[in-house]
Design a protein around this ligand. Structure first.
Ligand SMILES: Nc1ncnc2c1ncn2[C@@H]1O[C@H](COP(=O)(O)OP(=O)(O)O)[C@@H](O)[C@H]1O
Ligand SMILES: [Mg+2]
Length: 372
């Protein structure tokens, strides 16, 4: 039975964006858009170009994928809560296109997963899927994230943080500092990026120099880490105040480490679900995944990634992705599928969690007046 369109929730699905993970986002959005139940939801697809312009219109996903935007309409969300909804911009004039009940950012990386978009949506007083400003921003910054894990007794790999300006001033001093702390291999990575962009595995001194120069292109804060001979185990978390953890999955990278090429170009990295690891290990990881999710105040979803040392069975929490890859064959939904939550129900749950979080937020008093 068709539900009256009046009763349908209006959801803007945002994708693309000003991030190195623009294409990954288009792939995630293709799955989300093809599965969202049109009997329940009125879906408004909104594509964000590489330049940051927001568009909607017929076949916006296909158009954006092929880089064509001529037949699309420019739209925007305003930060003013008294003007809620999606506005169409035509010849400089704003016109309300549709009201919105929920925004679903299917965006990865900068300007989507890092708290900046979430800031706009908070200003606009909209319900949205996923973490708020804080959880998103902390999940994005590998340096601050690790410090918070340490403060919560969650094991992380030893690391130091260096600034681009320190590398530019005296790279040899940075190399010495790293060598005094770690033996090779050493990993170098930009603090605020994803998809393995700018990450190097360095096996000797000259690699380390090159790795630092590469990483500093992408961020002003660089993480230098002890290399672990690692199996890569991932866990999906879902919920708000009482989040749940999925079964664990293992990534089997096609290369020496899970590099950009291995993630997106080779097409031969494999997932093993559930991960063939001892149950006490996966149980501890699930507990820590939830602890990490709560520690940085995540909401909705996160994929929490671990390293399991092949040499001694120790494990470390590596990172938390607040908007993980979301195609129907990505790890995040596949782990839920293996935990008896199919993709379509996962989407419904995330939307319900977004509305729950919004009503929780609405309970907060904004105006404090002391009683005389
Ligand atoms: N300290 C480390 N020891 C071993 N491998 C690492 C280490 N840091 C990163 N890697 C490898 O690089 C990949 C990408 O690093 P990660 O920290 O997950 O960044 P990203 O956000 O880009 O995914 C990991 O999946 C792993 O294969
Ligand atoms: Mg990673």
């Amino acid at each position: 039975m068709m539900v009256n369109s009046e009763n349908k929730k209006r959801i803007a699905v945002l994708f693309g964006g000003r991030s190195g993970e623009h294409e990954v986002s288009l792939a995630s959005a293709r799955s989300v858009l093809s599965v969202l139940d049109r009997n329940k939801y009125e879906v408004i697809p909104v594509g964000i170009s590489h330049a940051g312009t927001w568009y909607t219109g017929l076949n916006v996903l296909d158009q954006l994928t092929s880089g064509k935007t001529d037949n699309l309409e420019m739209v925007t969300i305003l930060p003013d809560p008294s003007m809620p909804g999606l506005y169409h911009i035509h010849e400089g004039v704003l016109e309300l296109l549709t009201k919105l009940d929920i925004v679903f950012p299917v965006l990865h990386g900068t300007f989507g997963e890092d708290g900046t978009l979430q800031g706009l949506l908070e200003m606009a007083d909209l319900a949205y899927v996923g973490s708020g400003v804080l959880g998103s921003a902390v999940g994005m910054d590998k340096g601050v994230f690790k410090d918070i894990m340490r403060a919560n007794d969650i094991p992380v790999v030893e690391s130091i943080l260096v600034l681009r300006s320190e590398i530019e001033k005296d790279i040899n001093q940075v190399i010495q500092q790293a060598e005094a702390k770690f033996t090779y291999p050493i990993f170098v990575k930009p603090a605020n990026l994803g998809s393995s962009v700018g990450i190097s595995k360095c096996t000797h001194r000259s690699d380390l120099g090159e790795g630092l120069l590469e990483a500093k292109k992408f961020d002003r804060r660089i993480l230098v880490e002890r290399g672990v001979n690692a199996r890569e185990i991932e866990i999906s978390v879902l919920g708000n105040d009482h989040p749940k953890a999925s079964v664990a999955g293992e990534v089997l990278p096609s290369r020496d480490f899970y590099s950009y090429e291995s993630k997106y170009e080779d097409g031969s990295s494999r997932l093993s679900i559930p991960a063939p690891i001892p149950t006490p290990t996966s149980d501890q990881m699930r507990t820590l995944a939830i602890k990490a999710f709560k520690a940085i105040d995540c909401a909705g979803m996160a994929r929490v990634d671990f390293f399991l040392d092949k040499d001694n069975g120790k494990f470390y929490l590596n990172e938390l992705n607040s908007l993980p890859g979301f195609t129907s064959i990505s790890m995040y939904p596949k782990l839920w599928q293996a935990s008896d939550l199919p993709y379509i129900e996962l989407l419904d749950t995330l939307i319900e969690l977004a509305l729950e979080r919004k009503s929780e937020r609405d309970r907060t008093e904004r105006h404090f007046r002391s009683t005389p």
